[in-house]
Design a binder for this molecule. Structure first.
Ligand SMILES: Nc1ncnc2c1ncn2[C@@H]1O[C@H](COP(=O)(O)OP(=O)(O)OP(=O)(O)O)[C@@H](O)[C@H]1O
Ligand SMILES: [Mg+2]
Length: 359
């Protein structure tokens, strides 16, 4: 069990909804993370997990709903969210490739340093003292994640797993009270995944609450005090790992098996009715084949399924090897999504800078 302290909420998201034109990517989601907790957020690809993170961190302005940190409602601006105490990592790694490992962590400290532009240009005693303190703290964080020996390496030369860890150190450099991790083990091998699990426990033990998105079910259920499952933008289930793990609706959602009252059911029924009315007589065979890929899929569609729903196997498989294989395949597809969201976010916000993104 965990070393949960008082059940005081660190994060309270209430009725968060995000629409993109006609698409509702996140629908009326409530989620609380208490001090001392590790909360997992799961859901099939495209369920709205990253979009929800983007709403929490001000990258997106939610269409509806509010986000409060330690009782104060946050304005949807990334730099204000970061300075309030929420830090994050990205599904698609966003390091400064040509900076050193240490410099990347120092960038993460910018919200916690008070020295202004003139102080930096003049490099007065106040600035030098603050800079030394920042470097010391950054080195301490590198020590913590096990990368101190690579402080002077360019971040682009780090192996993938270490880049993910560096992102965590950079996020921690802003001294957050809540850390949001978007697929921290994507692309990692089983050993790295296990080490990341330990790292997240250690982060929580430092007094930082954690909300983590992952497709690796073993990782998420080992780690989390509570798990929430998003499906088609809606929170389908929330509970302890045991409860969520055994919930048939969660399993069905991952396997793509329909179940009564599933989110999106009504829309699917409407579309099917419209299609049936328009094309029933003409082409009955194809839609049927497409509607049942999981049960009797021929070989080619099965490969497609594997790419698009990497969590499907994770959800039912306790073996490491398939999960690792999945993970190594996932980032590319995932990266594309994240790239799209990131650039869209920048477009939408105009002022979203790389540093803002690197919060
Ligand atoms: N900026 C955007 N504009 C339009 N649609 C978007 C935007 N960002 C996300 N979406 C859509 O919102 C839905 C949810 O996407 P999101 O990336 O949040 O899913 P996810 O649960 O993180 O998936 P994955 O597990 O693959 O990372 C998808 O249908 C996606 O295409
Ligand atoms: Mg995502």
């Amino acid at each position: 069990m965990t070393t949960t302290t008082a059940p005081s909420p660190v994060l309270e998201a209430t009725g968060v909804t995000m629409r993109f034109g006609g698409l509702t990517a996140v629908r009326d989601v409530d989620l609380t993370v208490n001090a001392g907790e590790i909360v997992g957020l799961i859901g099939p690809n495209g369920a709205g997990k990253t979009t929800f993170f983007n709403c929490l961190t001000g990258l997106y302005v939610p269409t509806e709903g509010k986000v409060a940190y330690k009782g104060t409602v946050l304005p949807p601006k990334p730099h204000l969210v970061t300075s309030a105490g929420i830090a994050r990592t990205f599904q698609n790694i966003r390091l400064f490739a040509n900076m050193t490992v240490l410099e990347n962590v120092l960038v993460g400290r910018h919200t916690r340093t008070k020295e202004g532009l003139w102080s930096a240009l003049l490099r007065g005693p106040g600035f030098r003292k603050a800079e030394a303190a920042s470097r010391e703290r950054a080195m301490e964080l590198l020590e913590f994640i096990g990368l101190a020996h690579k402080a002077d390496h360019l971040s682009r030369n780090l192996p993938y797993g270490e880049q993910r860890k560096l992102e965590i150190a950079r996020a921690m450099a802003s001294e957050p009270g809540l850390l949001l991790l978007d697929e921290p083990t994507a692309g990692m091998n089983p050993q790295e995944t296990r080490a990341t699990e330990e790292l997240v426990f250690a982060i929580r033990d430092r007094g930082i609450a954690v909300l983590v998105i992952e497709h690796d079910m073993r990782f998420i259920f080992n780690l989390s005090d509570r798990v929430a499952c998003l499906v088609q933008g809606q929170k389908l289930v929330e509970g302890t790992s045991d409860v969520v793990q055994g919930d048939e609706r969660v399993i069905a959602a991952y396997l793509g098996t329909p179940f009564e009252g599933a989110p999106g059911d009504e829309e699917v029924a409407e579309v099917e009715a419209a299609e049936a009315a328009g094309t029933a007589a003409a082409t009955p065979a194809e839609p049927e084949a497409a509607a049942t890929p999981a049960e009797d899929a021929p070989e080619a569609p099965a490969a497609e399924d594997a790419e698009e729903t990497p969590a499907a196997e994770d959800g039912t498989d306790t073996d490491d090897a398939p999960a690792a294989e999945e993970a190594s395949e996932a980032p590319e597809a995932a990266d594309e999504t994240e790239d799209a969201t990131a650039s869209d976010a920048s477009d939408a916000q105009g002022s979203t800078t790389k540093e803002g993104n690197a919060q």
